[in-house]
Design a protein around this ligand. Structure first.
Ligand SMILES: Cc1cc2nc3c(=O)[nH]c(=O)nc-3n(C[C@H](O)[C@H](O)[C@H](O)COP(=O)(O)O)c2cc1C
Length: 184
């Protein structure tokens, strides 16, 4: 048997370190909980699946309350967050804390929708769970997209990278950087 090297990071640490280098767009997976309250879970595991049928997937930890609620209802919303929605992402990422969405975060038509839509999101995609798979600690929910709302205002997306929230460089910052990087 190989001797344990105390200096070597664990497999889980290496996994975390590798994914700190991966930049992802932050989404809020929304649902209506068993008491009828709008709630959300901050996630980066969402990705598009197919345009035909329009579909996406999201991986949800089975230890979360969202997992049980989404499984019960068979519905979830995906709100693609903009830079101005960092406080919503923080509110909905703390395990065990109250995940109810504040009324001022919700769109005026949210009560009429099966999944809560946030004001200021870049897009809201309403999904019905098509298929779902157990995968280690998580569950992969394949969602059939039933409705899409697009924000006419296109703010920059909220990103997560290196364990912190961030954003893309603005075109002014890019121009400035290229100016300094050009030789001579
Ligand atoms: C940037 C970021 C991305 C996250 N992505 C996911 C994800 O894709 N899937 C997931 O299950 N949890 C993810 N989490 C953790 C959940 O947001 C957190 O465990 C959840 O809100 C706990 O919910 P609960 O209090 O209902 O148990 C992420 C957290 C952060 C800060």
């Amino acid at each position: 048997m190989q001797a344990h090297d105390p200096e070597r990071p664990s497999d889980a640490d290496l996994f975390r370190q590798a994914f700190r280098r991966y930049a992802a767009t932050v989404v809020l997976v929304t649902y209506v909980d068993g008491s009828g309250r709008p709630a959300g879970l901050t996630a980066t595991s969402m990705c598009s699946l197919s345009p035909s049928p329009p579909s996406l997937l999201v991986c949800i930890n089975r230890a979360t309350r969202a997992y049980a609620e989404i499984t019960d209802r068979g519905l979830y919303g995906v709100n693609i967050l903009s830079v101005g929605q960092r406080s919503v992402a923080l509110h909905c990422s703390r395990p065990g804390m109250d995940k109810e969405l504040k009324p001022e975060w919700l769109a005026a038509d949210s009560a009429d929708r099966p999944t809560p839509r946030l004001r200021g999101s870049l897009a809201h995609l309403e999904c019905a769970v098509g298929t779902s798979y157990e995968a280690y600690s998580h569950h992969v929910f394949l969602g059939l997209i039933k409705d899409v709302w697009l924000n006419p205002v296109q703010d920059p997306p909220l990103l997560y990278h290196g364990g912190a929230y961030g954003q893309l460089e603005s075109s002014a910052e890019l121009t400035e950087r290229f100016h300094w990087e050009l030789p001579g």
